[in-house]
Unconditional design. Structure first.
Length: 111
C-alpha cells in the first residue's frame, strides 16, 4: 500500500501551481480548466483543487504535506530568495506555508 494522491483545497489553482510547480519543481500532469491542477510528487499525485468532495472544513488544514528532498541548505536559500518565510526547522525538515496557508515541509529524513 502506498500513497496514490493527496488533494488540497486551494483558492487559486494557478497560484498554487506556480508555488508547487514553479518554486518546488513538481511537474504538471493534468488540469481541469481553472478548477484544478494535478502535479507529480514522486510516486504520488498532488491534486490542487478549488473544491474537495465530501464533508470537512471549508478552508486550509492542520496537516503537513512533507516532500522529500536531497539537501536542505539549497532549498532554504531558494525559499528565502522567493520571500517564503520558514516557520520552523528541525534537523531534517524545513516548514513553511503555501499561498493558501497549508503547512508544507521539505525533508531529508529517511524512513
Amino acid at each position: 500500500v502506498g500513497i496514490l494522491q493527496v488533494a488540497v483545497r486551494v483558492q487559486d489553482p494557478e497560484a498554487a501551481r506556480e508555488f508547487y510547480g514553479g518554486l518546488l519543481g513538481l511537474p504538471e500532469l493534468k488540469r481541469d480548466g481553472a478548477r484544478s491542477v494535478w502535479l507529480r510528487a514522486g510516486d504520488a499525485v498532488l491534486m490542487l483543487e478549488q473544491n474537495l468532495r465530501g464533508k470537512g472544513p471549508g478552508e486550509g488544514s492542520g496537516h503537513v504535506l512533507a516532500l522529500a528532498v536531497d539537501d536542505l541548505g539549497s532549498w532554504k536559500e531558494k525559499l528565502v530568495l522567493a520571500g517564503i518565510p520558514i516557520e520552523d526547522r528541525t534537523e531534517h525538515t524545513l516548514l513553511f506555508r503555501d499561498p493558501d496557508g497549508h503547512r508544507v515541509g521539505l525533508s531529508v529524513y529517511e524512513l
